[in-house]
Design a protein around this ligand. Sequence first.
Ligand code: DX5
Ligand code: ZN
Length: 226
Amino acid sequence: MSDVRINPSILSADFVNMERDLQRIGNADFVHVDIMDNNFVPNLTFGPQMTQRVQETSPVPLDVHLMINDCDTWAPKYAELGVASVTFHVEATSDPVATARRVRDIGARAGVALRPGTDAEFLYDILDEFDQILVMTVEPGFGGQSFRPDTMPKLSALAAHARSVGSDVWLQVDGGINIDTIAIAAEHGADTFVAGSAVFGAADPDEAIVTLRGLGAAAYHRHSHD
Ligand code: DX5
Ligand code: ZN
């Protein structure tokens, strides 16, 4: 039986009350940190300096999601901050395997992310190179968008393949995950869930995490992806 993970995205936190908001999600599995460069995506967030302070302040390990160009250069730099996980977009790397190996060598988990329009088949023969695959369920760039069900066939095919070869890679979804959609993603094989507005928009973020984890775990195990 494998557990599911809930990773709140601080994109939906209050940026000038970050320490307070990090304390509000103390029961999360990871804190999801969205790095955007106003180039790979049309939005800008923060960089290594802010990530370093979040890392020093958060009681929960960091799951960094790079939505920036030139991930071959930047992914290892984020790993060197000591974060638990670095996920970079395949569309922003020229050599995903080499970059993932560098991230792992530094000591972080290595993840690769796919935009909604990017196929996953190229990963089938190289699953072992990654600790996590992020199937984006919105076009990356902004919180608060609607979950895209059209990304589910890609996720379920990937999950079926990963099971068939006995892979223990985590399958993450990000975008529009809330109490209405988390079961859909879990039924299609996701085990790791990013949620921004659904957690920080709730009156009690800790309670929202417990609710999402329960719904995700029930749907995941109902469809016996163990
Ligand atoms: C979008 C980011 C997400 C975002 C999710 O590009 O990668 O992590 O914060 O926000 P919600 O859960 O509100 O869709
Ligand atoms: Zn993200």
